[in-house]
Design a protein around this ligand. Structure first.
Ligand code: NAD
Ligand code: GLY
Length: 363
């Protein structure tokens, strides 16, 4: 097992990464302030891992309140959030009753938001079960629900007590979900870690075939990158954390525009990173062969590298709800060069429209 740390002063917490951690009771129970917990999971993950986690907890004398929400991005909404509150209130969960998020990013984001607001804040623990959640969403304390007008528009920064990343859960993950997680892994290379990007270029086939050693390295390196960025700019105030949003301005527009759940988050981020690369190319920052490297690795991870034709007007309308908008002006995460992202408001409408057009079809 590897243990990393997200260093946030008094809110510092560990990320435990390893195989079969769900069965290690001490790992979880040391972070529970009382002998009961509520486990929030979804309808796909419940039949796979709820019983296993519950058995681990009950063996240590913990009483478990299970809460199961419907699976899928289309359910990351107020209704699911309210169903969590209803269940917590019905079971009379208290301020010291920790919430345990067992699932992917949807369960993690919803449970984190419920924990931030139930009784004005209760402890929570992330137990990620998708590759995307292991390498990104379980770390850093961003919690949210979607709004029909925009992705993740309502939420809170609220850090977990611990992240328990059991890599054995990846054994049941569908191929398409694995690919979506690889997109977020590739993102770290492009933002701030060129050696990692180069390693990914050499090892993407091993990751596609779930090679345990390659997977363990990719997860650890991703979490190290994420933990460093979060520690430097927890609440996205200096611009550093905003870099983790590479591809997201365009990607969130795809997710909302196509209807939540039609494109997986990672898929939308993959196509969005291609638009960001083409925008950078139009500004003379990236060369055509850099963009070629980016599309090539994403394609090898079975990710989309073209965007759906929502119309430029609709893209700009949807992107107007981006959380990075400041003074009514869109801000973008682009690449200065391979492995170095930056935040800028200095992009003309023509350049963005051109990059969107470039990304409708494979170059
Ligand atoms: P998800 O939670 O919808 O999970 C994907 C699918 O896999 C679901 O159907 C789920 O039921 C199923 N599943 C989960 N674990 C499984 C397993 N081990 N075996 C079989 N099936 C399993 O989606 P996701 O890709 O994990 O997360 C996407 C969400 O995360 C988006 O809402 C995105 O906005 C959010 N996100 C948040 C952050 C953050 O910092 N908070 C970062 C990135 C993404
Ligand atoms: N996934 C973006 C962030 O955590 O900031």
């Amino acid at each position: 097992m590897h243990t990393l740390k997200v260093s946030l002063g008094s809110r510092t917490y560990p990320i435990y990464i390893g195989k079969d951690l769900l069965t290690q009771s001490g790992l979880i129970t040391q972070h529970l302030p009382q002998k009961r917990a509520a486990v929030v999971t979804d309808s796909n993950v419940a039949p796979l891992y709820l019983e296993k986690l519950t058995a681990t907890l009950t063996a240590s004398g913990i009483t478990v309140t299970p809460i199961i929400i419907p699976a899928g991005e289309q359910h990351k909404d107020w209704q699911s959030l309210n169903s969590i509150f209803d269940a917590l209130l019905t079971a009379r969960c208290e301020r010291k009753t920790a919430l345990i998020a067992l699932g992917g990013g949807v369960v993690g984001d919803l449970t984190g938001f419920a924990a931030a607001t139930y009784l004005r804040g209760v402890p929570f623990i992330q137990v990620p079960t998708t590759l995307l959640a292991l390498v990104d969403s379980s770390v850093g304390g961003k919690t949210a629900v979607n709004h029909p007008q925009g992705k993740n528009m309502i939420g809170a920064f609220y850090q977990p007590q611990a992240v328990i990343a059991d890599t054995a859960t990846l054994g049941t993950l569908p191929e398409r979900e694995l690919g979506a997680g690889l997109a977020e892994i590739i993102k770290y290379g492009l933002i701030r870690d060129l050696p990692f990007f180069e390693w990914l270029e050499s090892n993407i086939d091993a990751l596609n075939s779930r090679d345990p050693a390659a997977m363990a390295f990719a997860i650890q390196r991703s979490c190290e990158n994420k933990a460093a960025v979060v520690a430097a700019d927890e609440r996205e105030e200096t611009g550093e954390r905003a870099l983790l949003n590479l591809g997201h301005t365009f990607g969130h527009a795809i997710e909302a525009g196509m209807g939540y759940g039609a494109w997986l988050h990672g898929e939308a981020v993959a196509a969005g990173m291609v638009v960001a690369a083409r925008t950078s190319q139009r500004l003379g920052l990236l060369r055509a062969d850099d963009v070629g490297r980016i599309t090539a690795i994403l394609e090898r991870a079975r990710q989309p590298v073209t965007i759906p034709d929502l119309g430029t007007h609709r893209y700009l309308e949807l992107m107007g709800h981006d959380k990075k908008v400041e003074g009514g002006k869109l801000r973008f995460i682009l690449m200065k060069e391979m492995g170095r992202a930056f935040l800028t408001a200095d992009v003309s409408r023509e350049v963005v429209e051109g990059a969107l057009q470039d990304s409708l079809h494979h170059a």
